[in-house]
Design a protein around this ligand. Structure first.
Ligand code: HMG
Ligand code: MG
Length: 302
């Protein structure tokens, strides 16, 4: 199959990335990061989460971050909303998209959102209904679609089951997430095939953590299936507080370099993206976790 000619990347760095930092990141720095991402051409940015501040203190400033954005027309700003409480809190910030997030594995569902898969669907259903009634797009994300830190390998049947439930309650999109980065190309393709039984090709995306260095290979494997939407995280920020040892998402810089090399359009300016990654990495006091960013920065200083 021909590869897609265009790819949409959602930068999840401000959310997935910064939710996992030990030192608090001020709202002003988060806002500045979002601004740099949109200036680099990102048209989809996952900004923050409306979750319990006791569970994820790093996202306690969600309202402040949303209120501080200088929005650009054409950019979709998304927030995570695990339940009605989160959705109601999110409304003030006028998100363009809300993200409900569940899991293919029971154990991960319990650890991450404190309920079973079935209970999570019951919590999500009113969120989907209320969001759609207001014209807010609803994306569902399925964690542990390939492997779970507690249950090990996850069968495609589990992925299919969650996809079916997400579809039934009216989610408009399904993100298939390899939370701990253990997927390899064929396994990820099988998870995607299971998701595609309930969602159209245009309504699925990949979310690959790069813990084992497989994320670019997995992205290419999904491009070969025609999947054209992916989450990535500037400077490779990220991880999930409930998936110990899992590192960040694949770096947006690395995905952009690969896509441009394949002649695939992203609308993203790689140099400005590298600047955005350097900005947040400097703040965090480390180097960007991206081979491409490292190469570009070395070339600049050489
Ligand atoms: P719960 O304890 O089951 O909820 O938490 P509850 O309804 O029983 O409420 C308990 C307390 O939480 C109450 O406060 C509520 O008010 C409060 P208290 O009376 O004790 O003071 N509460 C909330 N506060 C703010 N916002 C809310 C909210 N809901 C309840 N929305 C809950 C359920 C989901 C809230 C909790 O388990 C939680 O916050 N978990 C954190 C989940 C999370 O953010 N995980 C990381 C993001 S997911 C991820 O990274 C994976 C992803 O990237 C894909 C991948 O890679 O796999 C998306
Ligand atoms: Mg993630």
């Amino acid at each position: 199959m021909q590869l897609p000619s265009k790819v949409k990347l959602v930068d999840v760095g401000p959310r997935d990335g910064l939710q996992n930092e030990k030192e608090p990141v001020p709202a002003a720095v988060k806002i500045a990061l979002v601004h740099r991402l949109q200036d680099a051409g990102l048209r989809d940015i996952e900004v923050t989460s409306h979750v319990s501040p006791k569970w994820v203190p790093q996202m306690a400033d969600a309202a402040e971050v949303m209120a501080g954005l200088a929005r650009q027309p054409g950019v979709r700003y998304s927030v995570l909303t695990p339940n009605m409480k989160g959705f109601e809190a999110a409304l003030q910030g006028k998100p363009d998209e809300v993200v409900i997030f569940g899991a293919a594995s029971e154990a991960f569902s319990q650890r991450n959102i404190n309920c079973s898969i079935a209970e999570s669907i019951e919590r999500f259903a009113p969120v989907v209904e209320a969001a759609r009634a207001k014209g807010i797009h609803v994306r569902a994300v399925m964690s542990t679609a390939v492997g779970c830190p507690y249950e090990g390998e996850i069968a495609p049947e589990r992925v299919e089951m969650f996809a079916r439930l997400a579809r039934q309650i009216g989610a408009q999109h399904l993100g298939v997430a390899d939370t701990i980065g253990v997927g390899t190309p064929r396994k990820v393709q099988r998870a995607m095939e299971a998701a595609l039984k309930h969602f159209e090709l245009d309504a699925v995306s990949g979310h690959f953590h790069d813990t084992y260095g497989q994320a670019l290979a997995n992205t290419l494997a999904c491009l070969q299936m025609g999947i054209w939407q992916y989450d990535a995280s500037v400077a490779g920020l990220g991880g999930c507080p409930y998936a110990k040892g899992a590192t960040g998402n694949v770096a947006t810089e690395d995905v952009v370099f690969m896509l441009h090399g394949l002649g695939i359009e992203t609308g993203i300016d790689l140099d400005k993206l590298v600047d955005a990654g350097k900005f947040i990495s400097d703040f965090l006091g480390r180097k960007p976790n991206s081979r491409v960013a490292t190469a570009v920065l070395n070339k600049r200083s050489g």
